[in-house]
Ligand binder design. Structure first.
Ligand code: C2E
Ligand code: CA
Ligand code: CA
Length: 473
């Protein structure tokens, strides 16, 4: 029991002697309650592991030690479970929670008591290693964690497999704030994810510079979308029989106020990751349809326009409706719009793809598989998709004249496409030799720098007006 003095009084007895009367309270319950509250504030309710607040406190103390001792090293391992969202989404949060608990127990049992294992939030855990000799000790722990997670977890009669991406940051007297080393480990963890998951990466300065660059780019990108700094450039698609332009591919460009023209290679993947591509793609689709209508109304009634569709746009159930509205508002015939989709995108969830593609096909929009041959493709599926056209990727065209394998692959793709009654457009045609070879393989149309790079709309208009023949039959 814990007693605490409440009051003290001097009392005179009948015999005249003074007695001290001490009144005490039993505060055991209060003490227990305080301890429970403190424990609750520093521990995670689900797994019972130390939480973020606990870890930050511990890190602060370790940083103090390191600042006093030059040769003192510590490390933070930042763990993020791979594809945990899939388990949560498909099997429900209860199963997800159960799995998190078991993972926490397994990790705790496999680590030394001196290592602080904390749940950082969601499916993220952190391990703090104090007073280590070198980075080898940290990588050894990362390898042990991978081993521990490689055995299946069992719950409700089912087996689950999981893995984690781990970022490691080494700390010394140079670290002054817990947030800094956690940020470094987090950056390294993202690198591990990007390099294929179920692995670890050690933080280095270049990673910080790259992460900073991305962060700046993301801010720039958001502002640029608001300010409408994006536009389409148009690359002609040439009919081989006539040498004339029969269509164009709309390719996105960013007119950066300081840097000038920025190409998609620098921003498309970030626009995808941040979800900005959805707004951007939709905005530009309207613009492209308006432009197409203008060209069609001015002497090019059959001109077709190809627009690239990103994974995010394809997964958006509103896609068909967005396309329909863009076409209707500009009074464009659906058959003159071609949506380009990559193989990997359509193969992810074949049933979903068929539903979306059928919907677009029913509207009369043309569908094209872009970068054909680079991803996993199955002829059987291709037959099930209502596809009109395929584009042979640059990488095959590039070496077609001196690599027999690439020539054979291109020939096979073209033959297959013809038998399925699909149009074939090789892209990235740069030389006369490539053109000659592709011609013998009987392609209908082509695209590449040999004819023209993508140009601004006005320049494309000039090409149309001049009725330029870009290649002779
Ligand atoms: P893609 O769809 O395969 O587009 C063709 C790319 O090849 C374009 O690069 C084009 O400029 C380039 N190219 C054309 N002819 C030649 C050639 O003869 N040789 C070589 N080496 N390259 C050639 P760009 O414009 O830099 O676009 C790159 C990628 O960015 C596109 O590849 C596409 O995946 C993506 N992208 C471009 N615009 C959009 C867009 O509006 N939406 C989405 N989601 N992605 C886009
Ligand atoms: Ca394309
Ligand atoms: Ca392509």
């Amino acid at each position: 029991m814990v007693w605490v003095r409440k009051s003290v009084r001097a009392v005179r007895g009948a015999d005249g002697a003074m007695t001290l009367l001490v009144v005490c309270d039993d505060i055991t319950a209060r003490k227990e309650m305080e301890e429970r509250l403190l424990h609750g504030a520093l521990h995670d309710a689900l797994t019972g592991l130390p939480n973020q607040a606990f870890l930050l406190d511990r890190l602060q103390r370790v940083i103090h030690i390191a600042q006093r001792r030059k040769q003192y090293y510590f490390a933070v391992l930042f763990l993020d479970l791979d594809r945990f969202k899939v388990i949560n989404d498909s099997l429900g949060h209860l199963v997800g929670d159960q799995l998190l608990k078991e993972i926490a127990q397994r990790l705790k049992a496999g680590l030394r008591p001196s290592n602080t294992l904390a749940r950082f939030g969601g499916d993220e855990f952190c391990v703090l290693l104090e007073d280590i000799k070198n980075i080898g000790e940290a990588t050894h722990v990362a390898e042990r964690i991978h081993q521990m997670l490689s055995l299946p977890f069992r719950s409700g009669g089912q087996e689950f497999y999981t893995s984690a991406s781990i970022g490691i940051a080494l700390g010394s007297h140079e670290i002054t704030k817990p947030g800094d080393i956690l940020r470094d480990a987090d950056i390294a963890m993202y690198r591990a994810k990007a390099h294929g998951r179920a692995r670890y990466e050690i933080f280095d300065r270049d990673m910080h510079a790259a992460a900073l660059g991305r962060w700046v780019l993301e801010g720039d990108l958001r502002r640029a979308v608001e300010r409408g700094e994006f536009c389409f450039y148009y690359q002609p698609i040439i009919c081989l029989a006539s040498g004339r332009i029969i269509g164009a591919e709309a390719l996105m460009r960013w007119q950066h106020p300081q840097r000038g023209l920025v190409y998609p290679g620098e921003f498309i993947s970030l626009a995808e990751e941040t979800g900005l591509i959805a707004t951007l793609g939709e905005q530009l689709l309207y613009e492209a349809c308006a432009q197409l209508k203008l060209w069609q109304a001015n002497g090019q009634p059959d001109l077709r326009l190809s627009v690239n569709c990103s994974a995010l746009q394809f997964q958006d159930r509103r896609l068909a409706q967005v396309v329909k509205t863009a076409l209707e508002q500009n009074n464009v015939a659906p058959a003159t719009l071609i949506l380009e989709l990559t193989e990997s995108l359509t193969m992810q969830d074949v049933d979903y793809s068929i539903t979306v593609l059928d919907e677009l096909n029913a509207m009369g929009v043309q569908l094209c598989i872009d970068d054909f041959g680079t991803g996993y493709s199955s002829l059987a599926y291709l037959k099930r998709f209502p596809i009109d056209c395929i584009k042979i990727d640059h990488s095959f065209v590039k070496d077609i004249t001196h690599d027999e394998d690439d020539a054979a692959i291109s020939a096979a793709i073209i033959a297959m496409a013809r038998s399925l009654k699909l149009e074939v457009i090789p892209e990235g045609v740069e030389t006369e030799q490539q053109l000659a070879l592709l011609r013998t393989l009987r392609c209908d149309a082509m695209q590449g720098f040999l004819f023209s790079a993508a140009v601004p709309a006005e320049q494309f208009t000039d090409m149309l007006v001049q009725k330029r023949v870009l290649v002779h039959g």
